[in-house]
Design a protein around this ligand. Structure first.
Ligand code: HEC
Length: 168
């Protein structure tokens, strides 16, 4: 085979591959996965110790742990939509500050996961600069989380559902 025709064969194979990839990309958009990107109503929130703690929570955690998720354009596109929808659903299931007191929330580990850096998840940070906290922001946030949700290190910390009538 001449060099020229072998090159032509390569180009043809590459074009077919590209076409298949584009076709697959278009087809997966039609799958009924990752379509349920809703923000249910906000029912009740925790008794935040300060507006600052709430604000930091919303900017670093709220997309996956509240009903006020910001769904960016790329969250609508498969396969990102599948992963993002799954993360939001799982995150809300564990801890949802928009449905406070109406169902179980796993807030015990809140301080721990921020301290050791497992939350927010690493892959969330590059596209959400506002979730990157500098050391002093992080410390203030940790104090706020401990004051709001209690800390494992302080067994006598105030319980979440205790009737603290702080109507501000
Ligand atoms: C990109 C989505 C996302 C963001 C942002 C996020 N989380 Fe999570 N979070 C999850 C998911 C998914 C789970 C459940 C699976 C798991 O534990 O990894 C979870 C679980 C948790 C849990 C339950 C305990 C545990 O270890 O399972 C806590 C507490 C938590 N997150 C706190 C936070 C806090 C605090 C922030 C903000 C600093 C935050 N998360 C940001 C997705 C997220």
């Amino acid at each position: 085979m001449s060099q020229k025709s072998s090159l032509r064969l390569h180009v043809a194979a590459f074009s077919i591959l590209l076409l298949l990839l584009v076709g697959a990309f278009v087809l997966i958009q039609l799958l009924p996965i990752g379509k349920n990107q809703t923000n249910p109503p906000v029912i009740a929130e925790p008794n935040w110790d300060s507006p600052q703690t709430r604000q930091t929570f919303m900017q670093a955690c709220g997309d996956c742990h509240s009903n006020e998720t910001v769904w960016p354009w790329y969250s609508k596109i498969a396969p990102m939509s599948w992963l993002i929808t799954r993360d939001v659903n799982e995150g809300r299931q564990k801890l949802n500050v928009s449905e406070w007191g109406v169902r179980k929330n796993e807030a015990d580990d809140v301080v721990k996961v921020v301290q050791n850096g497992t939350m927010p998840p690493w892959f969330y940070l590059p596209l959400h600069r506002q979730a990157n906290l500098n050391p002093s922001q992080k410390q203030a946030f940790l104090n706020g989380l401990a004051a709001t949700f209690g800390s494992e290190n302080e067994p006598n910390s105030q319980k979440i559902e205790s009737g603290d009538d702080d109507n501000d």
